[in-house]
Ligand binder design. Structure first.
Ligand code: GDP
Ligand code: MG
Length: 853
């Protein structure tokens, strides 16, 4: 099997070299040079890819069953000389290896039938003269080559149509030949000559091989001897084919093309238009075609792919399967999956009025937190024993006049971040302006944000209890910003209040309710919920926790939800007071447990009917995300090259930031980006909640970034990669230290300093209670050394859950000072008895190090 170069191949199939290279690249064959060899396998892969692509892009409903059978045949010749003197013969046995892939409807002709037919053809051939046979062989060989080339052309898309015809024509020929063959005597004509016997003997070694590898080995015989009945064979074949044609025509029952195939579908198949979304499981696909999943699996098996019933297929693959099974393909749009979800959102039902959702904005120190706390303290806990035990990012206030939901995320960043993600969580913005300070830069910013979002303002003129308060000045200044009080003829409500004393707070609530009445806020109450993530974090014990604002419908415990790249069943739900609840209606903030991971603030939350669908969409989104991430990765590199070239000395410090909670991520990223100087840019390549993973390290390597872990650790795979690639990794547990260290690295003032160094790591294998020592964790030291006297941290899922020291360190019954890697030991942690199986205990020291960052 001789490999050809890309250039030759491109020339053969008649497409530009560049196009071929890019197509090869698409299927994962990375050849760069036109003079590189392309292997048969690579060609097959290209064919597979192109044909499946074409299959996927076709939505036709041609009556004619389509066939694209790609065959690669290679013929090798075995020459054998036998006999002596005048009877000396030279025998050439052509061994043909076929690789065949059929993509669409395929005839039911079995291998055996074909093989038998070929055997007969071979027998026929044996009656011919050498010259005749040679000629036939050559012709067949050329024909095959031609067909093969054409088959390749088919797959280059451009000549798809013609090539299919050629293929059909060739098939017709095949059929004709096959049809002719059975007309030969049932008993094979036995060649009585010496050569014939030898030749038949020569066939045998080839035949058993045929069974192997699923490849068919056809034995072509060319006995170079005695001219005889070549003509006859030809005539016979033609005659018989003619006869056959006549016969079928006279019978008049078969469609014109049918005789060539010689068989028919027993009954008219039910052709369904099968809508295929971006991804679909095998089970769902089967259901859409009204067949058993096993049928689909079987079909895919014949196509050379083993799948399971729950496997998610991509659109192209599913389309090929649908066509293979004789149905019509209807490709659904890119975001069809999401559309299904969107439809759920606009669930019809009775609209009921809902509580307004309020965000408090304003300049720093003007009293946002004080106001939120006052309302929470005095309004939320009303009638509640124990008050607020838990802080969630929002709360719900019930007054005699109506309910209000406050988003407890003061600050413009949160508001814009949500908006940037297309989430509109806020109905009304309360703009807090301190009466003793007036309109300040962030006041103006807040006005701009609210205006951009089209959200009405209610102005809270705060701190009126202060003697230097001047409410009128605030009004005047705001008027200059086009925020005009109602009593001055404008459309903004102004309320003077004191968040400290509570004076005027009720009036503010009234104003909010009045504003919301004007807005006629309504939502469907029944039906599946949708909403938005307000806050999220990885809880030390409970896993991913998301504060969700239900915007419509009713969220129930046990619902399957999808949020961003995460999904899951609502395992537990609690309200702003930390009380466990079973359902939550529109405008209710709830804390939700049970998601697969930590979604982002601003991510949509949708109830999905089944968990599988949710998982599918989440995976699909993750896939998309990966693509986006990879793309941006490339951009980053390009940008760097560019900026380095263009701006001479300017360098970029790329950072990967991972932390235990969202708040920390945001705070660190914000502070670090602000550290940029004229000489060095600071760029956060990626950031997120949770342990440092392989993909974080990948990104760090690709962008030459320094990795920062705040109260989180790298998992074992990531650790290995960090070591291998020499990535600069830093762990911190105090935000100030992160910022300080990066700052000093930027100004080149790094001096050797005391730094924390992890000296040992133990894995908790078992936890038990000792009456004498309390809780003891049975551990295996997996790295370094555990020292009795050194400070420790307890890690769960690579996130720090406790910091402290050891109470005890034991080997069997003895107290020890040190335990080394590969040894088991019992560890008691001081003032912490919540160590769980699977946790890790990290031991560190502060050592003097020369810094690298
Ligand atoms: P934020 O930055 O907007 O969240 O402002 P804070 O709520 O943290 O308030 C800043 C400072 O102003 C705190 O010391 C509060 O005690 C004080 N403060 C807030 N509201 C009032 C008020 O109505 N009257 C007085 N006298 N002080 C207030
Ligand atoms: Mg504050």
């Amino acid at each position: 099997m001789s490999d050809v170069t890309v250039r030759q191949f491109a020339n053969d199939v008649g497409i530009p070299v560049e196009r071929l290279l890019s197509q090869l690249h698409d299927v994962g064959v990375s050849l760069k040079d036109a003079d590189e060899k392309i292997s048969v396998d690579d060609k097959m892969r290209l064919l597979d890819h192109l044909s499946s692509k074409r299959g996927a892009s076709e939505t036709t409903s041609t009556a004619e069953p389509k066939k694209i059978t790609l065959k690669r045949r290679t013929v090798t010749e075995l020459r054998q000389t036998s006999g002596q003197g005048p009877s000396k013969t030279t025998k050439a046995v052509s061994v043909e290896v076929r690789k065949q892939r059929t993509y669409v409807k395929r005839s039911v002709i079995t291998e055996e039938v074909q093989q038998a037919a070929e055997q007969k053809a071979a027998d026929e051939l044996s009656k011919l003269t050498d010259e005749q046979k040679a000629e036939i062989a050559l012709r067949e060989h050329n024909e095959r080559k031609r067909v093969e080339e054409e088959a390749l052309k088919v797959e280059t898309e451009r000549v798809a149509e013609e090539a299919r015809k050629a293929e059909e024509a060739r098939k017709a020929e095949d059929e004709a030949r096959r049809a002719a063959e059975p007309r030969k005597p049932a008993v094979p004509v036995v060649d009585e000559s010496e050569e014939g016997r030898k030749k038949r003997a020569g066939e045998k070694p080839g035949t058993p091989k045929a069974k192997k590898d699923g490849k068919r080995v056809k034995v072509d015989q060319e006995v170079l001897q005695e001219p005889s009945e070549r003509e006859e064979l030809h005539i016979t074949a033609e005659k018989s084919s003619l006869r056959r044609k006549k016969k079928t025509r006279s019978s008049g029952t078969v469609a014109p093309r049918a005789p060539q195939h010689g068989f028919e579908m027993p009954t008219a198949p039910v052709v369904r238009a099968v809508g295929i979304p971006e991804t679909i499981t095998v089970a769902d696909l089967a259901q859409k075609m009204s067949v058993k999943a096993a049928e689909v699996i079987k079909t895919m098996m014949t196509m050379g792919t083993m799948v399971t019933i729950n496997q998610v297929l991509d659109q192209a693959t599913a389309a090929v399967v649908v066509e293979e099974m004789g149905h019509e393909v209807k490709l659904l749009r890119e975001d069809a999956l999401e559309e299904v979800l969107d439809r759920g959102k606009s669930a019809e039902g009775e609209q009921v009025s809902r509580a307004p959702v309020v965000t408090i904005m304003g300049h720093v120190d003007h009293g946002k937190t004080t106001l939120l706390d006052y309302i929470r303290r005095t309004k939320v806990a009303e009638g509640e024993a124990g008050g607020i035990t838990q802080h969630i990012g929002a709360y719900h206030v019930e007054t005699a006049k109506g309910n209000i939901t406050f988003l407890d995320t003061p600050g413009h960043a949160a508001f814009t971040a949500m908006r940037a993600r297309g989430a509109k969580a806020t109905d009304i913005v309360v703009l807090v302006v301190a009466a003793d300070d007036g309109v300040m830069p962030q006041t103006k910013e807040a006005i701009q944000h609210a205006r951009a979002a089209g959200v009405p303002l209610v102005v809270a003129v705060n701190k009126v209890d202060k003697p230097e308060a001047n409410a009128d000045r605030v009004r005047q200044e705001l008027t200059q910003e086009q925020v005009i009080p109602e009593d001055w003829g404008g459309d903004s409500m102004f309320v003077s209040l004191s968040a400290k004393t509570g004076q005027g707070v009720d009036a503010l609530l009234d104003a909010i309710l009045l504003q919301s009445e004007v807005m006629e806020l309504r939502a469907v109450k029944d039906g599946p919920a949708h909403g938005v993530v307000i806050e999220s974090r990885l809880d030390k014990g409970r896993g991913p926790v998301a504060t969700v604002l239900v915007q419509a419908g009713t969220l129930r415990k046990g619902d399957v939800i999808l949020s961003g790249y995460e999904y899951g069943r609502v395992r537990a739900m609690s309200d702003a007071l930390g009380r466990s609840i079973d359902e939550a209606g529109p405008s209710t903030p709830v804390e939700v447990l049970g998601l697969s991971g930590v979604p982002k603030a601003g991510d949509d939350v949708v109830v999905v009917v089944d968990e599988r669908k949710a998982r599918e969409v989440a995976l699909f989104r993750q896939g998309k995300f990966r693509d986006v991430k990879l793309a941006s990765q490339q951009q980053t590199k390009l940008e760097d090259v560019f900026s380095n070239l263009d701006e001479g000395k300017l360098r970029t410090l790329n950072l990967v930031v991972k932390a235990d909670v969202h708040g920390s991520v945001e705070a660190i990223c914000h502070a670090l980006t602000a550290l940029a100087t004229d000489e060095v840019k600071v760029k956060i390549v990626t950031s997120g909640v949770g342990g440092i993973t392989e993909s974080d390290v990948n990104l760090a390597v690709a962008s030459n970034a320094v990795v920062i872990g705040f109260n989180v650790r790298a998992d074992s795979t990531a650790k290995r990669m960090i070591d291998d690639a020499g990535v600069d990794l830093h762990y911190y547990s105090i935000i100030y230290e992160v910022i300080d260290e990066v700052k000093r690295s930027l100004s080149g003032m790094l001096a050797p300093e005391f730094k924390e160094q992890i000296i040992g790591l133990a894995e908790v294998r078992q936890v038990f209670n000792s009456p004498k020592l309390g809780m003891i964790a049975g551990c295996m030291v997996v790295d370094g050394v555990i020292k009795r006297s050194s400070p420790i941290r307890v890690l769960r899922n690579n996130v720090v859950v406790f910091e402290g020291e050891l109470e005890s360190l034991r080997r069997f019954k003895d107290d020890v000072n040190e335990v080394r890697m590969g040894t088991e030991c019992g560890i008691g942690v001081k003032k912490y008895d919540d160590v769980k199986e699977g946790d890790q205990i990290e031991v560190y020291e502060r050592v003097k190090v020369a810094r690298k960052l």
